[in-house]
Write a protein that binds this ligand. Structure first.
Ligand code: SAH
Length: 241
């Protein structure tokens, strides 16, 4: 895949220095697409000073108020975290992530999502992601500085760029993993149908949707597969009415 098609997404960052240092780390490793989700600080002098000349990345940053639109065009969305969560999410090592990216199609877009300095990513945000990457650390002291975590993953990806991707004929776009916006459209449809047939209880939804999200996100659905699944839901809706 192309390095330009990898977005670094920083969610709720509070220190402008971390945003500048992230831009510098990205520029060192030939990544250029920075997206800020709901930043909690101004992007001014401090950020530019820490960017040490990687100004273009800050100038061209994209800003979104929420994570959903920031990743809408990405067919692989990777959460990053220093710790395991209550509902464990499928995990990759940094090296496994780099391997996976090397084998992806050039047209694919990928988001690497980084959390807040103090509290990381919310569970709802992790549940929008296909997989999670944890950088191995001292188990007693596992949380890296935000920009350092970005540096480690950008390096890992950059260092694998010259590895030869598998050759073969270009797959049809419908046989490639669908972008997040289409997968989220499927989840909305699924939840609506499961509520309407009484499988989900609006008052007590429990963990079912979260577990179903994990199942489907893990399998990186293609557009064709989403069309089949949505066709099934539509057929169920017809019987129901
Ligand atoms: N106390 C927070 C730590 C946040 S550190 C928590 O427990 O989640 C800020 C961000 O840096 C994290 O959200 C993650 O994006 C990244 N990060 C820090 N350490 C990491 C690690 N070991 N592996 C992967 N990402 C890490």
């Amino acid at each position: 895949m192309k390095l330009q098609n990898i977005k670094i997404v920083m969610v709720g960052t509070t220190h402008p220095g971390n945003i500048g240092a992230a831009a510098r780390a990205m520029n060192n490793m030939c990544l250029s697409h920075l997206t800020l989700v709901d930043p909690q600080c101004p992007i001014g002098e401090t950020a530019y000073a820490r960017a040490s000349g990687a100004n273009a990345i800050l100038d061209n940053r994209e800003t979104c108020s929420e994570l959903v639109p920031a990743i809408a065009d990405c067919s692989l969305v990777i959460a990053t975290s220093a710790r395991r969560r209550s509902l464990p999410w499928p995990e990759l090592s940094p090296a496994e992530l780099a391997d996976k990216l090397v084998s992806m199609d050039d047209s694919s877009r990928v988001a690497l999502v980084f959390g807040r300095e103090h509290s990381g990513l919310l569970n709802e945000e992790i549940q929008l992601c296909n997989q999670m990457v944890c950088i191995p650390t001292n188990p007693e002291f596992s949380s890296l500085n935000l920009a350092s975590a970005i540096q480690v993953l950008c390096y890992e990806i950059f260092s694998r760029q010259n590895d030869t991707p598998p050759t073969g004929k270009q797959p049809d776009a419908h046989d490639l993993p669908a972008p997040s916006s289409e997968v989220e459209g499927y989840f909305e449809h699924l939840e609506k149908v499961l509520l309407s047939i009484g499988y989900l209880d609006q008052e007590q939804p429990g963990m079912i949707m979260q577990r179903l999200r994990r199942l489907y996100l893990r399998s990186e659905l293609t557009r064709n597969e989403i069309n089949i699944l949505r066709g099934m839901l539509t057929a169920i809706e017809k019987v129901k009415h």
